[in-house]
Structures are given as C-alpha cells and as structure tokens.
Ligand binder design. Structure first.
Ligand SMILES: [Zn+2]
Length: 133
C-alpha cells in the first residue's frame, strides 16, 4: 500500500522508529484493537479514540472513547477496555494535560487485518483461560 494511503498511525510509528529505533508507542496497539473491533462488528465503522497524558510512557493511557455507527457503543467500549488490559495496558486518568492520539483509519492490508484479529483474540484468550475451556 503506498504511504499516502496508509493509516496515519502507521506513518507516525514508522517515523518514530526511524528516529528512535527501540522506542515504544501505542500506535500498533490502537490499530490492532480498532481493526479487530471492526472485524467483529463489520457494520459498526467503529473508531477508537485514545487519550494520553503527556507524562504517560509505555503501556499507559488516560482513557478512550469508542464511536460507532451502531447503537452498541457502550458494549464496544467494554470490549475495547478488555482488549487494552489484555495487551498489558493501564488505563488511568491522573488529571494532567492530555493529548488525543489519531484514530485508525482502517487503511490496512488484508494481511495486517488478519494479524490484528488473531493477535487480539489470542491476548484475550490468554487473559481469560477459564472461559474458553
Ligand atoms: Zn491503523
């Protein structure tokens, strides 16, 4: 996929890794969770809007919202919360200044979408082993 059509988060991630090769950023996780959610609810056109405090590092976010064309936003938000926890995130609002992360546009290759789906499903399974057996 040419760069100008790619998801903005992927471009941000690419630029960050070019400058700071081993640095962590939440871009891939936001993409994966968004892609996973849209595959579970294809008609929802769901977007995950993540807020972070400027002081937050690693797997920390201040909060998030889910917008969707469907009426089940509250239920989607619950699932997204579980997905963030399954990836090892802490969701914590500390009262400091926040910024909004860009949301995933969904412009990903089919392979990336499948990988995202498998990754989030397996993270959720690992988190709730008893529910699957
Ligand atoms: Zn994306």
């Amino acid at each position: 996929m040419p760069d100008d059509q790619r998801c903005l988060l992927q471009l941000i991630q690419k630029n960050r890794l070019r400058t700071y090769p081993d640095s962590f950023g939440p871009e891939q996780d936001i993409c994966d969770i968004s892609l996973w959610l849209r595959q579970k609810f294809p008609l929802s056109n769901a977007r995950v809007l993540v807020n972070r405090h400027y002081t937050q590092r690693s797997r920390e976010i201040a909060g998030f919202a889910v917008t969707s064309a469907a009426a089940q936003s509250a239920c989607l938000a619950e699932m997204v919360f579980e997905a963030f926890l399954a990836l090892g995130y802490k969701v914590q609002e500390t009262g400091g200044d926040m910024y909004k992360c860009p949301s995933c546009s969904g412009n990903h290759s089919k392979h990336e979408k499948l990988t995202a789906y498998a990754r989030i499903e397996s993270a959720l399974r690992a988190r709730r082993p008893r529910l699957d057996s």
